[in-house]
Design a protein around this ligand. Structure first.
Ligand SMILES: *Cc1c(COP(=O)(O)O)cnc(C)c1O
Length: 434
């Protein structure tokens, strides 16, 4: 049943925040600009549930935008972090916890041999690009329209006008000279890729892709497309970067590389890897990673990189992910949420579908069977999302406040949570389509 949400404490906190931070937030999508209203300020989380400053309780499908695959305040994570914290938070020296997390990952991930920890996904992707340029001695990079790789200059670039592949910066403050080194192509289009590598023969260092693009809707790629991208990169001496900041440890411990059995040359990680603390990483073969300082000429460093508290959270979380049946269970849970909602929409004849890969899901206000490119998303459909989002909040379900963002099911969601949430989704859909 719907209730009118009490929001006065969140509204007061947001008023204050607007006197402190641009737009009242420390990351733009938190601002509720695309759905309207003021953001809810969260006070605490436990398992799949979160409570805001007004005491409203929600079943959470944002999960901090992906990191919280075990839900909030998982006992194993809390315990390990607390024990580590008591011994000091950072030394600026190597610690045994870095070895522990590094070994845990590399011994269970056959697509990576060496890893370097950083503190965010942005840093991971940015460093992976620099590494690829350093290894190949080439400057240009290819990325795809609809993929996000964090906010480094080279990657805040969108497709130019018309058929031009030369990128143009998608943010003020990014010099056009940098943007020109980034070539932007449509997803799922091999001809465009072939043409681009022919035009810029021997100038392209790396093709960067989210193998499961999940930052602009969920643009599930044809595995054959990914395999062909791999083949073209190998043929042209271009490194292939899989940005697995979302998909890594999410669709399986080995992420999309494991799911599709494709060996990228470089991998970027973030989100889940830090157990809810700020961790990113990039990984590759020993031969490629040797190019990084101090063994090689590509410079990259970090005062808090690999800090023990964050490493402890990662160890605790990833150890849970490695338990037998973990990902099968997560997949079953996600189906328990999604399937009844899609069935309801079909029965009602709504132009609506939920795309899902494992525990990542995306609400599409569309009849399309596949959506593989960002230009296949109708911006007008976002009006439905805004209504749905508001109706879900009133029914105790929290989704990230943008229709272009995906949702996540965590291991903490119980069958009861998922049943209740599915009921809320069906009611909210009826509201959105009324
Ligand atoms: C979230 C994300 C990033 C950026 O990670 P931050 O930790 O936010 O800097 C990069 N790439 C992908 C695919 C992401 O989803």
């Amino acid at each position: 049943m719907a209730t009118t949400l009490q929001r006065s404490s969140s509204a007061a906190l947001f008023d204050k925040a607007q006197t402190l931070f641009p737009g009242g937030v420390n990351s733009p999508v938190r601002a509720f600009q695309s759905v309207g209203g003021t953001p809810l300020f969260m006070d605490r989380g436990q398992g799949a549930h979160i409570w805001d400053a007004d005491g409203n309780e929600f079943i959470d499908f944002c999960c901090s935008w992906g990191p919280l695959i075990l839900g909030h305040a998982h006992p194993a994570v809390v315990e390990r972090v607390s024990a580590t914290l008591a011994n000091g938070t950072s030394f600026g020296t190597p610690t045994r916890l870095e070895n522990e997390l590094g070994e845990l990952i590399l011994s269970n991930h056959q697509y990576a041999d060496r890893i370097r920890f950083v503190s965010s996904g942005t840093e991971a992707a940015m460093s992976a690009i620099r590494l690829a340029r350093g290894v190949t001695g080439r400057d240009k990079i290819i990325k795809f329209d609809g993929c996000y790789h964090g906010h480094a200059d080279a990657l805040l670039v969108k497709a130019g006008s018309g058929l031009a592949t030369l990128g143009t910066s998608s943010s003020a403050g990014v010099p056009e000279a940098y943007a020109r080194e980034t070539l932007v192509l449509p997803l799922n289009d091999l001809d465009a890729l072939e043409q681009c590598v022919a035009t810029y023969k021997d100038q392209i260092a790396v093709v960067a892709i989210e193998p499961i693009p999940a930052n602009n809707g969920l643009l599930i790629q044809d595995p054959d497309f990914l395999r062909e991208v791999r083949r073209i990169c190998t043929r042209e001496g271009i490194l292939l970067l899989f940005d697995e900041v979302i998909s890594g440890f999410r669709v399986g411990f080995e992420g999309a590389a494991g799911l599709y059995d494709i060996q990228p040359d470089v991998l970027a990680f973030g989100k889940i890897i830090g157990g809810g603390l700020p961790v990113g990483a990039y990984a590759a073969s020993e031969e490629v990673m040797r190019h990084i300082a101090p063994t090689g000429p590509v410079y990259q460093a970090g005062t808090l990189s690999g800090n023990p508290v964050a490493m402890a959270a990662g160890v605790a979380q990833l150890s849970e992910c490695l338990k037998p049946g973990f990902y099968e269970d997560l997949d079953r849970k996600a189906a328990r949420l999604v399937d009844p909602v899609v069935a309801h929409a079909q029965a009602k004849g709504y132009s609506f579908n939920i795309f899902r890969r494992g525990s990542i899901f995306w609400l599409a206000f569309s009849d399309a069977v596949h959506i593989r490119r960002s230009d296949q998303i109708d911006p007008d459909s976002m009006a439905y999302f805004s209504k749905l989002h508001a109706a879900l909040l009133e029914r105790g379900v929290y989704l990230g406040p943008s229709g272009y963002e995906v949702g996540f099911v965590s291991a903490a969601h119980t069958d009861a949570d998922l049943g209740r949430a599915a009921q809320a989704f069906t009611e909210a859909l009826d509201v959105a389509f009324a």
